[in-house]
Design a protein around this ligand. Structure first.
Ligand SMILES: [Fe+2]
Ligand SMILES: [Fe+2]
Length: 424
């Protein structure tokens, strides 16, 4: 049994203690000592930032520091026999997860590890095992993005943080992760999962540890990893976000372009840093460069331009700095979070409905955070737009003639369905 399970159990025991009103101390655990050999690997996952047809970061956690961390990988399945894999790549980043004072009650110290794979073949399955010292994981696989103009789908959702401050109250998030896995297993073309931010209450280890554990529920039963494309939310400002989602020389403060195919780009923006200035300049330059070559441009960012719950004024910074660029360069879809509801706006241009050239905005975060009551009277939420208070995850399919979006509820029911026609 891997060691992390122990931390998980301790968390639950402490919950029971609090709920019961008794002041029983959690059982004492011997914390790992720096330099101890790693005995197991966990939190296995894949990350996409740029160029997913050729690059991926593979990440995992250990309870001990260990010294020899690497991934074995091949285009053929090798069933975990590390002598058989054609390639071996060492980590570019290892470290002790930052612990805050409040973390110690809930979780043990841990160590993060990140491997960057580059020069991969497009649209190809890669079979991988994660290894720390003598500890070797089961075999997983991931598939790189295509480098041809073919139809692809991604999952999109935000706000997977839990209810309240207690780290293990996360049933809704787990249910949504099972839904995500089911969709990933049953949709032919899903290649990645765009997360719109607010993973946890805070990017502290007592919250990030269970998030990473829950994220493993999205891995298919035959071991396919679902690459995350991460946006940063207001709950994710801590160093724990960077320790979980590391990418070599990511020096642009977590705003970037992910080229899903030669015809489709997802732009990820960061609402938790300056929206104007360098970020706006980067967005303008990127859109100017890629718009002529892409059929579909979509943008994800945490705080909405067209909120469904918070006041209309709350969206002014996004409407001031980014929306004019979306409109100028033909972004089809704004993917928003933060308000904890389900919404789809009417197509919008120049702060008014425009059914010819408007941008549609979807959101607003339904991966398990407590739902809120949206305001159905906003002009941007009128039919053919929609709004509701329901947990959901979107499947977005970027086709040759249309972008098809479908939102699924926790139980698999379709809670929204829409299409956007490709422009000439
Ligand atoms: Fe949130
Ligand atoms: Fe938020």
């Amino acid at each position: 049994m891997r060691k992390r399970s122990l931390a998980f159990m301790v968390g639950h025991m402490a919950v029971a203690t609090i709920a019961g009103g008794a002041l029983l101390a959690a059982p004492a655990l011997a914390p790992a000592q720096d330099g101890e050999a790693a005995t197991s690997t966990f939190h296995h996952r894949a990350l996409w930032i740029e160029n997913p047809s050729s690059e991926t970061v593979l990440s995992w956690t250990t309870s001990e520091e260990g010294s020899n961390h690497r991934v074995y990988w091949d285009t053929e399945a090798r069933n975990g026999d590390i002598t058989q894999y054609a390639n071996e790549t060492a980590t570019f980043s290892d470290g002790k997860v930052t612990m805050k004072d409040d973390d110690w009650e809930w979780v043990e110290p841990a160590y993060y590890h990140h491997v960057h794979l580059d020069g991969l073949e497009a649209d190809t399955n890669y079979y991988v095992v994660f290894a720390s010292d003598d500890a070797v994981s089961d075999e997983f696989h991931f598939r790189t993005a295509p480098d041809e103009d073919v139809e692809v789908s991604i999952l999109f959702g935000g706000d997977s943080r839990i209810r309240g401050m207690e780290p293990y109250n996360h049933t809704e998030r787990q249910q949504m992760n099972l839904r995500i896995r089911h969709l990933f297993e049953n949709y032919e073309n899903i290649i990645a999962f765009a997360h719109g931010g607010d993973y946890c209450m805070l990017a502290d280890w007592r919250y990030m540890e269970p998030w990473l554990t829950d994220h493993e529920m999205t891995t298919t039963r035959d071991g396919r990893l679902l690459p995350v494309i991460p946006a940063r939310g207001n709950h994710d400002r801590g160093i724990g976000f960077e320790e979980a989602f590391a990418w070599p020389e990511l020096d642009r403060n977590y705003y970037f372009e992910t080229k899903l195919t030669p015809a489709v780009s997802l732009i990820t923006l960061n609402t938790e840093t300056e929206l104007g200035g360098e970020q706006r300049d980067w967005l303008a330059g990127t859109l100017a460069a890629i718009a002529p070559e892409r059929r579909w441009l979509a943008a994800q960012y945490h705080r909405p331009a067209f909120p469904s719950v918070r006041s209309a004024a709350d969206g002014i910074p996004r409407r001031t700095h980014w929306v004019p660029l979306f409109e100028e360069y033909g972004v089809a879809l704004g993917m928003e979070s933060h308000d904890h509801s389900l919404k789809r706006t009417v197509p919008i241009r120049s702060y008014a409905p425009d059914f010819e050239r408007g941008v549609v905005y979807i959101g607003d975060g339904g991966l398990g955070a407590p739902l809120r009551n949206p305001d159905p009277d906003r002009w941007w939420l009128q039919e053919p737009g929609m709004v509701g208070s329901v947990y959901h995850v979107h499947v977005l399919t970027f086709g040759e003639e249309e972008l098809h979006g479908r939102a699924y509820g926790m139980g698999g029911d379709v809670v929204d369905d829409f299409t956007i026609e490709a422009r000439e």
